[in-house]
Write a protein that binds this ligand. Structure first.
Ligand SMILES: Cc1cc2nc3c(=O)[nH]c(=O)nc-3n(C[C@H](O)[C@H](O)[C@H](O)COP(=O)(O)OP(=O)(O)OC[C@H]3O[C@@H](n4cnc5c(N)ncnc54)[C@H](O)[C@@H]3O)c2cc1C
Length: 440
């Protein structure tokens, strides 16, 4: 299978999957190239902290080139992969064609608006550092515009923040927005009262965090309510316009609308010409290769696989990391002439954070809620942060903001206009029932 010279391994994507394949092969007798359209690895589980001004981008991302600076057989390329020619064993980027002996595609997932891509400008999702900065901009700017409006005596606009989607990202965003409004900004404005802002979480299904057992979902909903989040289940969004969300016949005004309702696999999956599932994830074989091409592997959020036990491997960071290490081992075995083995996912437990002292966790049959779950979430996520420096910085930052409610990265960068600010017509909507956030 490999060429007669040193085998060339090409890894597409430096997320959790790609980084782990490359790291695990760094000492192997192979030429490694890792390609990403960004120059950094993003620790996505902490993106919501950047989106809400708790952490700065550099604390949750690491330059890929820096990660591999000591690995002389690793070449890092900043390029966008566009296509593949599996017959010629070529990866096509916008700039060039790159040959490989082994290809590992770990391009992850992206937002899905279920055929309504026109909603995206009004309801951004959270996947990249750029997304997080845009969300931060919108959230902080809304309070500023409300204060300005209150001072100038113009009629108040309702200070609503609406999160669509009750999965882990939606829940953590809603919880953190509530903390910002109720505590962080509570005493900083003179003409509005940020603590009167409404945080609304819309979930189309009957419960939030549906991937967790029912008792934990219930607990998450209670913890959200305690933080001041208005949770609405069975609320299917039918239309999103600038500053307005329609749920059937009900219109809800919100200057900030955040989308956390769906993900779809990277479009690169389909370019491999191999069968995909409905979400566009590539159906991989037990060794994570694609049918007919033992030299091509797909891992992480882009891969669809049922474990030995028949359960689908989840789209989570630990799964992508384990798959990355497994593929590295498989390539080593190939080179040593050893047989391949099937991948087995080791589920070490699943956690979701909700807000300060609020989280849920499932470790097998053990279900935990509240402070202990939150503490476990915090330590696990800091432990997995790339680089010791980042771990230490994040820990200090977190401790400080826990003790003081201070969020140090509250910068508004970029434009100072909001798509949802001027297009509102309060009298037409259910917001008539809600007081605006004017102080006093
Ligand atoms: C907001 C958020 C919160 C999350 N929270 C958690 C959590 O708490 N716990 C947990 O376990 N999981 C969490 N996840 C899921 C977890 O981040 C993913 O399962 C994991 O990142 C998947 O790893 P991956 O390597 O498959 O893809 P990714 O980590 O997404 O990496 C894909 C890489 O491919 C690159 N890429 C994509 N297309 C191209 C292209 N055409 N050319 C070149 N490069 C390309 C991207 O730039 C990216 O660097 C969260 C995800 C998000 C978005």
């Amino acid at each position: 299978m490999p060429s007669k010279t040193t085998p060339r391994v090409l890894v597409v994507g430096a997320g959790f999957g790609g980084l782990n394949v490359t790291r695990s092969l760094a000492s192997a007798p192979v030429e490694l190239t890792i390609i990403d359209r960004k120059n950094h690895h993003t620790f996505q589980p902490l993106l919501y902290q950047v989106a809400t001004g708790g952490l700065s981008p550099g604390e949750i991302a690491a330059p890929i080139r820096g990660v591999f600076r000591r690995d002389s057989n690793v070449v890092t390329l900043l390029e966008e992969v566009e296509d593949f020619d599996l017959a010629r064993r070529i990866v096509k980027t916008s700039e060039q064609e790159l040959p490989y002996d082994y290809l590992v595609v770990a391009a992850g997932a992206t937002h899905a608006y279920f055929g309504h891509d026109d909603w995206e400008p009004y309801a951004p999702g959270l996947k990249t550092i750029e997304d997080a900065l845009e969300i931060r901009r919108r959230v902080l700017l809304t309070f500023e515009l409300a204060e300005r409006q209150a001072i100038s005596g113009v009629a108040d606009e309702p200070l609503n923040f609406l999160v669509v989607g009750g999965g882990p990202t939606g829940v953590e965003l809603a919880g953190m927005l509530a903390e910002i409004a109720r505590h962080v900004l509570a005493h900083e404005f003179r003409s509005i009262d940020p603590s009167r802002a409404r945080i609304i979480l819309l979930e189309g299904g009957p419960r939030v965090l549906p991937a967790f057992p029912e008792d934990l979902s219930r607990s998450a909903e209670e913890q959200l309510s305690r933080l001041g989040v208005d949770v609405r289940t069975n609320a299917m969004v039918t239309l999103i316009e600038a500053g307005v969300v329609h749920v059937g016949n009900t219109k809800i005004l919100a200057p900030v609308i955040l989308w956390a309702a769906g993900v779809a696999a990277s479009p690169l999956g389909k370019k491999l010409g191999s069968p995909c599932d409905r979400a566009g994830r590539v159906l991989v074989q037990p060794d994570l290769s694609i049918p007919g091409h033992p030299e091509v592997f797909v891992i992480g959020d882009l891969a669809s696989l049922q474990d030995k036990s028949g359960k689908p491997v989840p789209g989570l960071a630990p799964a992508a990391m384990q798959e990355g290490k497994f593929v590295a081992k498989t390539i080593r075995h190939d080179l040593e002439g050893k047989p391949r083995e099937p991948f087995h996912y080791w589920d070490k437990g699943t956690l979701a954070t909700i807000g300060r002292n609020a989280a849920i966790a499932q470790f097998g049959r053990i279900h935990i809620s509240g402070f202990i779950a939150w503490l476990s979430w915090l330590f696990i996520h800091i432990f997995f942060l790339i680089g010791f420096r980042n771990r230490l910085l994040v820990f200090i930052q977190w401790f400080w903001s826990y003790a003081t409610y201070e969020r140090s990265a509250r910068l508004i960068t970029g434009k100072t206009t909001l798509p949802g600010w001027s297009g509102m017509h309060p009298s037409e909507t259910e917001n008539d029932k809600f007081p605006a956030a004017r102080a006093g």
